[in-house]
Design a protein around this ligand. Structure first.
Ligand code: HEC
Length: 463
């Protein structure tokens, strides 16, 4: 997936996909041969019995006609045609896109393949790739209840992506409620699924609403360009500039619900800012008008905050130097969560005394294009550590918020939040601009495409 950003590799992959059978590799026994199974006497795997259900749950949320992925893997024919490239992606673990590194923590809605699923798919692609009997197919079961929308909001008008292949644009949506409500769950409904790569929704308080409206008005057409986030440029308060990330979605993401008894407080006069990442690599630009279905409650026992954390000094000029040409630049920080939440008003929103114990339910990380690796963890006062999220193959195009299976408890008076980021600013790792690889330059904190950031977004409630 990351590779698709680099034209030579993209070309190589395009070639691979157009030569599906050759691309299966030299070790593949030609179809029809007697010993074509696995050589261990096991029967050869078939599409209907072995591969189909796994492809449906782990690939078809994106790889179907009309969705974001560049080709379908949704029936025997499309799977056979794309077998070479699919096997390549499985061997290199580039698909499905699931950035969190194994071994840090466990998340709900994990999109990754289990080791057995991966082995089964690989064995299928290495074998005869026979269709088999449709009667052998077992339909996968799903458990997520559909959303019960109390409110549906959408982009005020349709927008056709202008910047290709990647257009990052923010759209302001007025919050229509006239009383305090709590957002408890949501489902993003893309208008034109072929071009919607991901969606992140931010909440902006009434006090900052005018700054964001001004950004919108300063640009012609619906919305405004926002590569790094909806941030009001030049603002010196990261918390305010960023808004609070309240929802994150990638194609195929199921209904999302906040942990039991919790939700995010929404006040009258707020704004939602919907950051859309459009990708037109495999579909031509077409008008999109994405909507959000929201589940709400009048009250929740544990109001939550979606808070971005970083080290303030990194934002000052020269505070986060990433020198041109350096291959490994690592910065780390211990963040005082209590001080941070005092500064942002988070304690009030949580309904807690400053310094009280909190529970962390979800975590995400954010860097730009030079990012390689990042990790957020809690260092407990007793010397133990809880890893929240780690990404060891950072890809700006696949960002998300990961919901922990078990919340991590934190006592902000004895525990600190540890955040680390590593960048590669060497010549080989520069972005392509108009088809040409840019030369390295000194980089520091900023909103622009070629600036960098290092932050973690956590969803926190009362324990
Ligand atoms: C969440 C959406 C999503 C899921 C799930 C997904 N893909 Fe993809 N896939 C994409 C997109 C989008 C691309 C285009 C390149 C990119 O943006 O990374 C892609 C590209 C590919 C490619 C082209 C080469 C590459 O690695 O980029 C292959 C092969 C592929 N996917 C196979 C699979 C297989 C096999 C599965 C399931 C095991 C899967 N994908 C699951 C979205 C998805």
């Amino acid at each position: 997936m990351l590779m698709m950003n680099h034209p030579p590799l993209r070309l190589a992959l395009t070639l691979l996909s157009s030569l599906p059978l050759l691309a299966c590799g030299g070790d593949t026994v030609p179809a029809g041969s007697d010993s074509s199974a696995t050589g261990t006497g096991k029967p050869s795997l078939t599409y209907h019995r072995d591969a189909r259900a796994i492809l449906e749950t782990k690939c078809n949320t994106c790889h179907v006609e009309g969705a974001i992925a560049p080709f379908a893997l949704s029936d025997f024919e499309s799977v056979t045609t794309n077998a070479g490239i699919a096997k390549y992606a499985l061997e290199h673990s580039t698909m499905p896109p699931w950035p969190p590194a194994a071994g840090c923590n466990e998340y709900s809605h994990d999109r990754s393949l289990s080791p057995t699923e991966r082995e089964t798919l690989l064995a299928y692609f290495e074998g005869e790739m026979a269709e088999g009997d449709p009667a052998d197919y077992t339909k996968p079961t799903t458990t997520v209840a559909p959303i019960d929308p109390h409110l549906t909001v959408k982009m005020s008008s349709a927008y056709t992506p202008l910047v290709e292949p990647d257009d990052h644009r923010c759209f302001i949506i007025d919050w229509p409620e006239t009383e305090t409500k709590f957002l408890t769950g949501y489902q993003v409904v893309p208008g034109k699924a072929e071009v919607v790569h991901h969606v992140i929704v931010f909440k902006v308080d009434a006090a900052s609403a005018a700054d964001f409206r001004a950004m919108d008005e300063a640009e012609a057409g619906p919305g405004y360009e926002c590569f790094a986030g909806p941030a009001a440029s030049g603002s010196d308060s990261p918390a305010q500039a960023a808004g609070a990330m309240i929802a994150a979605w990638v194609p195929g993401a199921p209904v999302a619900r906040f942990p039991a008894d919790s939700g995010i407080r929404m006040e009258p006069g707020s704004l939602l800012v919907m950051q859309m990442h459009y990708n037109t690599q495999s579909a031509s630009p077409a008008p999109d008008q994405t909507s959000l279905q929201l589940e709400m409650a009048d009250q929740v026992a544990k109001p939550g905050v979606a808070q971005i954390f970083t080290k303030f000094n990194w934002l000052s000029p020269g505070g986060m130097p990433i020198p041109a040409g350096e291959e490994k630049v690592t910065l780390e920080a211990d963040i005082d969560v209590s001080q941070f939440l005092s500064f942002t008003g988070g304690w009030t929103e949580l309904g807690l005394e400053a310094g009280s114990e909190v529970a962390i339910h979800g975590a995400g990380l954010h860097m730009h294009q030079l990012g390689q690796w990042s990790r957020a963890s809690v260092s407990h006062g007793d010397g133990s550590e809880s890893c929240l999220v780690e990404i060891d193959d950072w890809d700006f195009n696949w960002q998300g918020q990961y919901k922990l299976l078990e919340p991590v408890k934190m006592n902000p008076t004895t525990d600190t939040l540890h955040l680390a980021c590593r960048w590669d600013n060497s010549a080989q790792n520069q972005p392509f601009i108009d088809g040409k690889q840019a030369a390295p330059k000194d980089v520091e904190w900023g909103d622009d495409t070629r600036d960098e950031m290092c932050l973690t977004a956590l969803f926190i409630t009362k324990p």
